[in-house]
Design a protein around this ligand. Structure first.
Ligand SMILES: O=C(O)[C@@H](CO)OP(=O)(O)O
Ligand SMILES: [Mg+2]
Length: 398
């Protein structure tokens, strides 16, 4: 009997940050215990693994969990293969990507516990030694808030910060700074799903506000990024991206994003084009080749090795967003990171707009060595991840 042999897998419904039901999994091994829960997207990519109702995911996930009893939780690849076999589809639509990712992450957690090592160390080994740069969402709209910006996320990245801790406090200061700038302009704002301010202003003004907040509140060099979430703006009938009264065809969209990047000296632009347009992604990436801007694919790649390989072959984007629940397993997320990295693409570990207090992505980010982590700025379900990376960083310094 090994300390990491799985005894029991239990699932339950718990609340997520939007008040929706999501799935939490507990995995008990001979000498360990692990727990994880599934996040949930609002602007989901068409090619993501499929989330099913939490109730059904609990039932079917528990059945699938029975097949894991007696197997070794430390053998993540074998565990995730068993989950795939039990599911029997290629998109987890039977047991649910939500059940799969919760079980997969809880298994890793239980193995680390049984082995007496931290999760990032269990996953990344002796070379898991760097912390990511946090991308903090400070203004947002799109699918994450009504009557706010068309672009989904206005992000900040403290590229001049020396430590992760300094970086997250910088992001928090900019988030507070945005509120001050909005107050000065007489603009009221609630918060969107990810804790970013959701004012009813247009995208150019939002960029101005964030730039001003950075000037006022950041003590270290801090650059701005965007998640355009362009698939949500695309209108098939119009054959164009629709921003309020303005429409842009694909060529105009490429020009527009290029101008935003150059004028704002942006460090990051995610999903600037719709999820099927690898070709336009490649054109924009080429146009920005003289900059240090990360052109990132989220809905484009959906953490899927085949789609990443397809993009690499065409030169589409130069970085990949990694969302474990888009692929359904820890192994799948690892393979996506590896495929991206082998091609020279940067990687960004990411939360979803619907989250729980689960902090697993913090350990996945450090364990897999992603260059960045996108996980919000404020709010308990966001700070859970940020604070966990701070703890890991402090542990590494000891
Ligand atoms: O588009 C995104 O990158 C995510 C997270 O910010 O949003 P959602 O989880 O709604 O897909
Ligand atoms: Mg996105």
């Amino acid at each position: 009997m090994t300390p990491t042999e799985i005894d029991e897998v239990t699932l339950r419904r718990v609340l997520d940050s939007r008040g929706n039901a999501t799935v939490e999994a507990d995995v008990r091994t001979t000498e360990g215990f692990g727990r994880a829960s599934a996040p949930s997207g609002a602007s989901t990519g068409e090619y993501e693994a499929v989330e099913i109702s939490a109730k059904r995911a609990v039932e079917r996930g528990e059945e699938a969990g029975e097949a894991l009893v007696g197997t070794d939780a430390a053998n993540q690849r074998a565990v995730d293969e068993t989950l795939r076999d039990e599911d029997g589809t290629d998109d987890f639509s039977r047991i649910g990507a939500n059940a799969a990712v919760a079980i997969s992450m809880a298994t890793a957690d239980s193995a680390a516990d049984a082995l007496g090592v931290r999760l990032h160390r269990h996953l990344g080994g002796a070379f898991a030694s760097s912390t990511p740069t946090p991308l903090g969402n400070v203004v947002g709209g799109g699918e994450h808030a009504d009557d706010a910006t068309d672009i989904q996320e206005f992000l900040v990245a403290p590229t001049g910060a020396e430590t992760f801790e300094e970086a997250v406090f910088t992001n928090a200061a900019v988030h507070a700074g945005v509120k001050d700038v909005l107050d000065d302009r007489g603009v009221t704002a609630g918060k969107g799903d990810e804790g970013a301010w959701a004012p009813s202003i247009d995208d150019p003004e939002a960029l101005e506000v964030v730039a001003e907040a950075v000037d006022r509140a950041a003590d270290v060099e801090t650059r701005i990024g965007l998640d355009v979430a362009a698939s949500e703006l695309w209108d098939d009938d119009a054959g164009a991206y629709v921003y309020g009264d303005t429409t842009r065809d694909t060529e105009e969209q490429v020009d527009y994003v290029e101008s935003l990047v150059r004028e704002g000296d942006l460090i990051y632009v995610e999903d600037p084009l719709r999820e099927d347009d690898f070709e336009a992604f490649a054109r924009l990436t080429e146009r920005l080749a003289d900059t240090d801007t990360l052109v990132c694919g989220d809905d484009l790649f959906v953490t899927n090795v085949e789609r990443i390989e397809h993009g690499v072959a065409q030169g589409a984007a130069n970085s990949v967003l990694i969302k474990p629940n888009q692929v359904g397993t820890v192994t799948g997320a690892y393979e996506a990171v590896k495929t991206a990295r082998d091609a020279g693409y940067e990687t960004v570990m990411s939360h979803r707009s619907g989250e729980t207090e689960d902090a697993t992505i913090a350990s996945l980010s450090v364990g897999f060595g992603t260059g960045l982590i996108k996980t919000g700025t404020v709010g308990g379900e966001r700070t859970a991840k940020l604070n966990e990376v701070i703890r890991i960083q402090r542990d590494m310094e000891r």
